[in-house]
Design a binder for this molecule. Structure first.
Ligand code: GLC
Length: 724
């Protein structure tokens, strides 16, 4: 029987009550899934489990991969694909069939609490890396979920904020990564908490219609957790599945209550029992202003049932949802199968190695006066409030319990002949959505250090390595771009004592660096995950990382185009996206700002020379090719970037936009011809009357190492051309 006919035949057998079971989540009896569809056993539709998240599987122990922004910093879609595939294997091995990842929101606000879960400030970098990640997840029989659709670019008041954005801005900046994910075959799209132009995304018929009618999306739309507000509006607006579908109270099944109590007293972990996901103090989670109210849940339960009975919602609307849910089951080969048998065991060593590869490749060498790479004979003073802990991720639904972890201190102790350690300042708390009161207390109690001891240790060592970090979490934005606590003073004091100071910055995004001119090198490792110290040691001792900034590092918040309360965090509950398409470097370039480090920036241990650039008009845009030579005596990694400047036209456009890119690894002395394609769609602008439009005229192309470091320029004339 064909898959469509199997779906139709199952649909025909279902009662209305059974259909409702397929469009709203329930509590997972095992307490392990993030979202759970109970299925309809009578017709062979088994339960379906959904699980977080972008950095690893949030169910028991799992590989803690580098944060998504580090994956974005690799500029390597093939690596993202492998990471997605590995994540899917781990999810499926635990019985989950839909992964609630990737996060594809544009990094618009440099202090957004979830920037570590997103890929870039640039829609094309996000689109290409995100689409590859989706392909990886889907390749292993797990559904990928593109989230959070759309314009969820801040955590502050995230469940109520109304994003005011014009059509062109949405089309050119905020939608492209989701379109790419759909075209890459994503099984699900998660609607965001926020509103766009006055309507909640969970009931935003016009934008949900774009998914279906313009992009041909056949998967399911699923709400963010407790992100539904009106059952009828959501049903008619195009939401397919309400999650979690239950309030925390419903979760309080006896087993959950017992396990939850054990969790509170910190026993569950020690007993090796994974407490249920939603027992944990949701109320604490609700403490912040950016949280949904979880109690008026089950909009697709009684409310939708009554709407069907009254005729307010036609049964055909419900059938359409169920058809898509059954289509998902069919895609996963799950119809007619009892609970999916866990697939082969996970090769945790191989995943650990892949996580380390990702952490290395996502590392960005921001500055280096020659102190790096280390030779191996230097004595080290490792300084930093949390340098004895791996930085696994940020707080919130993306949290992962790693299978193992290496701190910077341990990783460097493996390599250096002698290492001393000083915290230097109070520990920086790692915020967690699941902190029990005891955890919070414990985090505060653990002693800090003092700057004097750190200075003494630094002065006595050949090289000082200062590990600093921020503390980002879902549900709230960072309160500024400065490093928390006394870390800036610590770095300055250490650098004053030892000019051979290397700063390792483990942050969720851009941070201020008032000590930059006083240090020898700065290595940006983001949230590197469980292989933190291993990857750091590899890079400090000479492995060329190859990472490039996926986000502009401004000197201060005011450097960014979103500066201004009406834009962020918004006034009277409305955030004006009136910077339009001038997000990130597009706005920084327009405003003539001199950033700390520009979009695309990253140093290498090698040296590259570009020549012989060619720019040709191709059937689908431009074909750009350039010869790159590694003229150093060591292997190196480069990311060749092509930025396009359009001809003068009827509307204001960014000076230059990323058109294409390619990561390359070159041996010492190796020359290679690198080809980049710049698709027509990336040359186009969106016109509300005419749609996608490629203006005729001359397109300038700058190829180089960042949005500001151009090594070769070319141009191409495009005559009158049809819409993109
Ligand atoms: C959270 C997040 C979403 C996550 C979901 C389930 O609130 O916004 O990214 O997948 O709920 O935990």
């Amino acid at each position: 029987m064909g898959s469509d006919s199997r779906v139709e035949s199952v649909l025909d057998e279902l009662t209305t009550e059974e259909k409702l079971r397929l469009v709203r989540g329930r509590a997972d009896p095992t307490g392990r899934a993030t979202g759970f569809l109970a299925g309809v056993d009578r017709v062979g539709v088994p339960p379906l489990r959904f699980v977080d998240g972008p950095l690893g599987v949030r169910d028991g122990k799992a590989t803690a991969f580098p944060a998504s922004i580090a994956v974005g910093a690799t500029w390597d879609p093939s690596l993202a694909r492998r990471l997605g595939a590995a994540l899917a294997t781990e999810a499926r091995a635990k019985g989950h069939r839909v992964l609630l990842a990737p996060g594809l929101n544009v990094i618009r606000v440099p202090t957004c609490g979830r920037n570590f879960e997103y890929l870039s400030e640039d829609p094309r970098l996000s689109a290409r890396v995100g689409a590859a990640y989706v392909e990886g997840v889907e390749s292993n029989g797990v559904g990928a979920t593109a989230k959070h659709f759309v314009a969820n670019n801040q955590e502050r008041n995230r469940d109520e904020i109304d994003v005011v954005a014009d059509e062109r801005t949405l089309r050119e900046v905020y939608l492209p990564a989701f379109r790419a994910a759909v075209e890459a075959g994503a099984s699900a799209v998660m609607t965001a908490y926020n509103r766009v132009n006055g309507t909640y995304m969970s009931e935003h018929a016009p934008l949900l219609r774009v998914l279906r009618e313009e992009w041909g999306f056949t998967g399911i739309t699923v709400s963010d957790w407790w992100g539904t507000h009106d059952g009828v509006a959501a049903a008619k607006g195009g939401l397919d599945v309400e999650m979690p579908g239950v309030s925390p109270l419903d979760q309080f099944a006896p087993r959950s209550r017992l396990l939850g109590a054990l969790s509170t007293v910190g026993l569950s972990e020690r007993l090796g029992i994974d407490p249920p996901l939603y027992w944990r103090p949701v109320d604490r989670f609700l403490a912040d202003d950016g949280q949904p109210d979880p109690y008026p849940s089950a909009f697709f339960g009684d409310r939708l049932r009554r709407a069907l009975e009254s005729g307010a919602v036609d049964e055909s609307v419900l059938d359409e949802k169920v058809r898509r849910v059954l289509g998902l089951y069919e895609r996963l080969g799950a119809i007619g199968r009892s609970d999916d048998p866990p697939v082969r065991s996970v090769d945790r060593d191989a995943h650990h190695d892949l996580a380390r590869e990702g952490a290395i490749r996502g590392t960005v060498l921001l500055a280096n006066d020659g102190v790096l790479p280390l030779g191996g004979a230097e004595t080290l003073a490792v300084v930093g409030p949390n340098a004895d802990e791996a930085k696994i991720g940020g707080g919130g639904s993306s949290e992962v319990t790693p299978t193992r972890a290496t701190s910077p201190l341990v990783g460097l102790r493996e390599r250096a002949p002698e290492v001393t350690f000083e915290r230097g300042t109070e520990r920086v708390p790692n915020p967690s959505m699941f902190d029990t009161p005891w955890d919070t207390l414990a985090r505060r109690v653990r002693s800090g250090g003092d700057i004097g001891s750190a200075v003494t240790a630094a002065a006595a060592a050949d090289v000082a390595v200062v590990v600093v970090q921020d503390a980002a979490t879902e549900s709230e934005d960072r309160d500024g771009m400065a490093l928390p606590g006394d870390q800036d003073r610590l770095v300055a004091a250490v650098a004053d004592a030892n000019p051979r100071t290397v700063v390792v910055c483990r942050s969720s995004g851009p941070v201020e660096m008032p000590w930059l001119d006083a240090v020898g090198a700065v290595v940006q490792t983001w949230y590197p995950g469980q292989t933190d110290g291993e990857a750091l040691a590899a890079v400090l001792y000479g492995e060329d990382p190859g990472g490039r900034l996926p986000v502009t590092f401004g000197r201060r918040f005011a450097d960014y185009p979103v500066a201004g309360e009406s834009r962020y965090p918004g006034v009277d509950g409305r955030a004006q996206y009136d910077e339009g398409v001038f997000v990130g470097y597009r706005g920084v370039d327009r405003d003539g700002v001199d950033p700390l480090f520009p979009f695309g920036h990253g140093r290498s241990y090698a040296t590259f020379v570009y020549d012989d650039l060619a720019v040709e008009h191709a059937s689908d845009g431009l074909e750009v090719s350039v010869t790159v030579e590694n003229c150093s005596n060591r292997a190196g990694r480069e990311v060749v970037q092509a930025y396009v400047s359009p001809p003068e036209g009827p509307v204001d456009r960014p000076e230059r936009e990323l058109g294409g890119f390619a990561p390359v690894a070159l041996e010492a002395g190796e020359r290679r011809r690198v080809d980049l394609s710049v698709p027509r769609r990336t040359l186009a602008r969106y016109d509300e009357a005419d749609g996608w439009t490629v203006d005729a005229g001359t397109y300038a192309v700058a190829v180089g190492r960042s949005s500001r470091d151009h090594r070769a320029t070319g141009r191409c004339d495009l005559g009158e051309s049809p819409n993109a």
